[in-house]
Design a protein around this ligand. Structure first.
Ligand code: URA
Length: 240
């Protein structure tokens, strides 16, 4: 038997609002647990394999949230956005109330794989420069990319405000204009600045992989999903 908690606390800590509101929803019979309506806020439930619904929407109990999103263009990776909607508006409200954060930011016009969580340790591990989790970008360049430009990216380019040259871990030409570029760091506008440093320009940028986790082909822009155990292993966040 796992840890037990009162229903009101469960619904509250899963992000369904203030304790008072959660109690009201339970009294109003808007919450079911493991298939049955429960209108007692103090009823205790085992948290392991707990399935519940709130206002008809099904949820699994999760101690912490780990998810991936296919970030669409024209969304900002910030809770307080300036010019575009926030990527958090693409998530269900309870997740936002759990204070999930994206791990590293993508520019407003960059698309692709982004991780989101409310687990501070996981966020730190994935974003810390010490761990150097590699990220792969599909880079569409304005001008055809020469062999010399590719070697330059792999040998290192000097960016303004950086002490030492920064090199791509690898750089593969997919066609005349498209590269797959792997970076160990996540510096501000890093891909765009590196491509500018080889006298080219980024026309489109998409992150297609983090660690060994590849952006799933069936995850459309704007969609999100929970990270599975296999995904976590691909991120190096669980023993392989
Ligand atoms: N590098 C960039 O220039 N922009 C991004 O959004 C991510 C990496």
């Amino acid at each position: 038997m796992g840890k037990k908690l009162a229903l009101e606390r469960i619904i509250h800590n899963q992000g369904f609002g203030a304790r008072k509101l959660c109690r009201l929803m339970i009294w109003n019979q808007e919450v079911t647990v493991n298939g049955q309506v429960c209108d007692d806020p103090d009823a205790e439930f085992d948290l392991e394999k707990l399935h519940y619904t709130v206002k008809g929407e099904p949820w699994d109990y999760r101690e912490q949230s780990y998810l991936m999103m296919h970030k669409p263009s024209h969304y900002e990776c910030s809770h307080k956005t300036q010019h575009h909607p926030t990527i958090y508006s693409l998530l269900p409200q309870p997740l936002v109330l759990r204070d999930v954060q994206c791990i590293g930011r993508l520019d407003e016009d960059t698309t692709g794989l982004i991780l989101i969580s409310d687990d501070g340790q996981f966020i730190h591990r994935m974003s810390s420069p010490k761990h150097k989790v590699p990220k792969v970008y599909e880079v569409t360049c304005k001008h055809p990319v020469s062999d010399a430009q590719i070697s330059h990216l792999c040998q290192g380019v000097q960016l303004i405000d950086e002490d030492a040259p920064i090199a791509a871990l690898s750089c593969t030409r997919i066609n005349e204009h498209v590269l797959h570029m792997t970076l160990a760091e996540g510096k501000y506008h890093q891909v765009k600045r590196m491509v500018a440093a080889i006298s080219n320009r980024v026309d489109a940028l998409k992150r297609i992989q983090i660690g060994e986790l590849v952006l799933p082909a069936d995850l459309a822009p704007g969609q999100w999903r929970w990270l599975s155990e296999t995904d976590m292993k691909h991120l190096g966040a669980l023993p392989a």
